[in-house]
Design a protein around this ligand. Structure first.
Ligand code: ADP
Length: 441
């Protein structure tokens, strides 16, 4: 059933009002029609009742149609409004449309057909306008919400930036503190070591067996402390980007053999066999031999530290891409896969408790990681809890040289030429791990 439309006719001319009423009735519009004869009554009717359409005579006795439309607008009364104009009022009609009228019709054209059509159109246009206004409103609201969210995000970004700056400053201060402390402590530590060594010389002091034993302990502890201090110093230098590689030509086989020889007594003290297998045709490398030795010492001391029985292998071989691989394997306690990524973090140890069995700073692998990265190499870990671990580094035969702008140059060496190319050694990640390592069982 067709909806009954509430229609208001505003006209001071009784005959014109009747003409509208008749035309609409004749058109079969199902309606409830109200009539008022001036602007004042029209406004109060529109304030109290919601109409589906208003037919408004432009020339009212108390105010013209434009004033009335403006008032409706300022009161935010929204209703389809058809202005009935006298002949020749077309210009006024345009102004009325601009002010907010839905449509206009010359009174001379009022007929059942035109009026019904204008009514339907006005209602449709009004509905479309309302929907558009609603959509606009929603758009405005979501736009405002977006602006608010953006402002909030911007505020959070600034806060994070500030916190980052604070963190950077704290890290810088920490590194500076570590560097200064370890540097300052090294001087007295070197004195302790030096004087202990002098005291232990048979020619210098006639110590009793017990005294010699005590001085030896002082010496060993001093050396251990010095090693820890050096680790801290290296780490703080690496963090600050102040550690530089010093490449030179050297024989890798010799470096491995002498390092293993130095560490052998430690392995023997734990009754561990220490085996070396080097399969390298050309053992000459252009790299930082001191740092490669340091990496080896760290890997070997970890292998010895974390192995209670069994063996430790050091293996070296050439691999494609002009690289060499050096691996240290053990039959020690192993590492759980969940800990793989943490062990390379500074100060991180699998056992973080104060009562942990194995001593150390937790810096060794972090330092190795940085050094290998600086060399443009990679670290691989294979391990299985209770079975053992294998740490393998793969490094280029020819190291990259730092340039003045902080970038690195790679030296490609052959008999006659040296070719340099720039590259950036600071890759984001450098570790690779594989599980399990059942072959060590
Ligand atoms: P540190 O040896 O001073 O604790 P590292 O950085 O060298 O520090 O090693 C970090 C951690 O990685 C060690 O605390 C240990 O938990 C684990 N780890 C390193 N090497 C081995 C290994 N060969 N076997 C078992 N665990 C190891």
């Amino acid at each position: 059933m067709e909806k009954t439309l509430k229609i208001l006719v505003v006209d001071d001319d009784e005959v014109d009002r009747m003409a509208v009423r008749r035309a609409l009735t004749k058109a079969g519009v199902c309606m409830e029609l109200s009539e008022v004869s001036n602007g004042h009554d029209a406004l109060s009717a529109l304030r109290n009742t919601t109409y589906d359409c208003v037919f408004l005579d432009y020339r009212l006795p108390d105010q013209d149609g434009l004033t009335l439309i403006q008032k409706l607008r300022s009161w935010e009364i929204k209703v389809p409004l058809v202005v009935l104009t006298a002949q020749g009022d077309e210009e006024i009609a345009v102004a009325l449309m601009k002010a907010g009228a839905t449509d206009y019709l010359s009174k001379s054209r009022v007929s059942s057909a035109t009026l019904a059509q204008i009514l339907r159109n006005a209602i449709r246009v009004h509905r479309a306008e309302m929907q558009a206004a609603l959509a606009n409103q929603q758009l405005r609201e979501s736009h405002e919400q977006l602006i608010r969210k953006n402002q909030e995000l911007e505020r959070q970004r600034q806060q994070i930036q500030l916190q980052n700056l604070k963190l950077l400053e704290a890290t810088r201060l920490k590194s500076q503190f570590l560097a200064t402390m370890s540097h300052e402590l090294r001087t007295p530590m070197n004195a302790i070591i030096g004087f202990s060594q002098i005291l232990l010389r048979p020619k210098f002091a006639q110590l009793t067996h017990q005294q010699a034993d005590m001085v030896e302990r002082i010496l060993n502890n001093g050396k251990h402390l010095l090693m820890l201090l050096n680790e801290v110093l290296d780490f703080s230098k690496l963090e600050a980007g102040r550690l530089e590689l010093k490449p030179e030509f050297f024989d890798l086989t010799k470096v491995i053999n002498t390092t293993v020889a130095e560490m052998r007594s430690l392995a023997e003290a734990k009754k561990l066999s220490l085996l070396v297998q080097i399969d390298i045709q050309n053992p000459i490398l252009f790299n930082d031999s001191v740092r490669i030795r340091q990496i080896l010492v760290n890997l070997l001391s970890n292998a010895i530290k974390f192995t209670e029985s069994g063996s430790i292998w050091v293996e070296a071989r050439e691999i494609p891409g002009n690289h060499v691989a050096i691996a240290v394997r053990d039959t020690g306690i192993g590492i759980a896969p969940k800990d793989f990524k943490h062990i390379f973090e500074a100060f991180r140890q699998v056992d973080q408790s104060l009562t942990r069995k194995y001593p150390g700073t937790g810096l060794g692998l972090a330092i190795i990681d940085s050094l290998v990265r600086m060399m443009g190499g990679k670290i691989f870990v294979e391990s299985q809890l209770g079975a053992g671990s294998m740490f393998r580094i793969e490094i280029p035969r020819q190291i990259s040289l730092p340039t003045a702008n902080g970038n690195f140059q790679t030296l490609h060496l052959d008999e006659n030429t040296i070719v340099c190319s720039a590259q950036n050694p600071h890759q984001s990640t450098n570790h690779h791990w594989d599980v399990p390592m059942s072959k060590y069982k």
